[in-house]
Design a protein. Sequence first.
Length: 430
Amino acid sequence: MKIPSVKGTRDFYPDVMSVRNFIIDGWKGASVRSNFVEYDGPIFEYLTMYQQKSGDEIASQLFAFTDRGGRDLAIRPEITPTLARMVNQRINALPKPIKWFSVPRLCRAERPQKGRLREFFQWNVDIIGVDDVLADAETIFCAVDYLRQVGLTSSDVAVRISSRKMLAVMLKTLGIADEQLNAVYAVLDKRSKIPAEAFEKILAEAIADEVVRSKVAELMAVESVEQLDLFAAGNQKCIDALDELKQLFSCLESMGIADYCKFDIGIVRGLAYYTGVVFEIYDTSSSLRAICGGGRYDNLLADFGGPKISATGFGMGDCVLAILLEEKGLLPKASGLGTVDCYVACLDEELRQKSVKIAAKLRASGICAEFSYKSGNLGKQLKQASALNAKSCIILGQEFKQDGKVVLKDMAEGSQQIIAIEELFKQMQS
RNA sequence: GUGAGAGUAGCUCAGCUGGUUAGAGCACCGGAUUGUGGAUCCGGGGGUCGGGGGUUCGAAUCCCCUCUUUCACCCCA
């Protein structure tokens, strides 16, 4: 019976696997450059860990199961709760700031579509214990540093940044009540994603008062931090919140990534736990969903039973990123081949064990060596060496039987020399 | 969860309004070629036409169900 692969999953054949590794190696490299250290947690956790943060709605998008001891568990749909749990458990022992990253494999039971699968990898970078926009800036830097390193320029991608704190203060100043905030956020988050008329309609549903509504609409039309000064005028809370945002942009400037970053008051982010800076990274040309999203979440550790410690970070998934890199031609050619330094061919059956022995000896000294499973027909073996993209080829024939010499062939040049095998080992080791 | 399109060899696809044994290119394997590779030529293996049911003398083709996939909506931690 043929068993198909499961909906929304991918098979990583060697050529595809090399792309996955390319992406993940890049992520890890960028993390390490900014001195983040790697952690990981279990692939499943208690179901309630995800429910308490995100509500029951989210539970339907989880892969949940009950184990034999009756525990309700779920495969992790994100790693932030695990991070919060791990950090809380050792909060007193961990030196601050905590700068951690991870590349977890995550599962969400959503309907697959472009840039979204049921199983994927997500780069997570977080700084815990720093209540300063410099930390927000550093996580953004880390993301941009990766994107830049992989070849995406500021005309390919843009970081759109806003602040929940600033937005909250401004909205309250304009007459929005505390308990209305989350509903208004949800509407504002849609602003750039739906047509203007549709936006006005749902905004009208969320804010009944026409005067307040027009002021909010005016606020949302703001295109720069400077324009916000008008709204903040005279209100100290607003001025403070704005200062923080200005400070953030000044950090980004110092970090040399200002050209990638722009203020966008429409960036709100779906869920409630963000408390300060929020940002999303988009590709500027096509209309893919966000490549990356993150922000400050100062209450999360406390929500998970720990002390109140500030935190900020982001997640970047592999699916949208891979589509973008593919579109831009920034993925390496996927061959699915290894990197053979030396292919050992032999011309007659008596020499086969010798060829295996030589290959094994090369391998033992750190050289990637391959041998032929068949003796004879040299043309065929060279063909195989070519197909494997071997850099060089050792040929065992008469001269080896007579006085221990082999032909060493450079596969790119086509040139070859006769050399004593012992001499060859010496050369290869140096 | 809702809606729409698609599914023929490992991949990209052809296959007319239903009609013999379902084809091509690429890939793979073998041979030409038992001491010189990437080329060329020749040959070969591979398919219950996604699966199940129905209509029909006859189904890859028409109908229904289901699975997968693509795209959009919901959601997006």
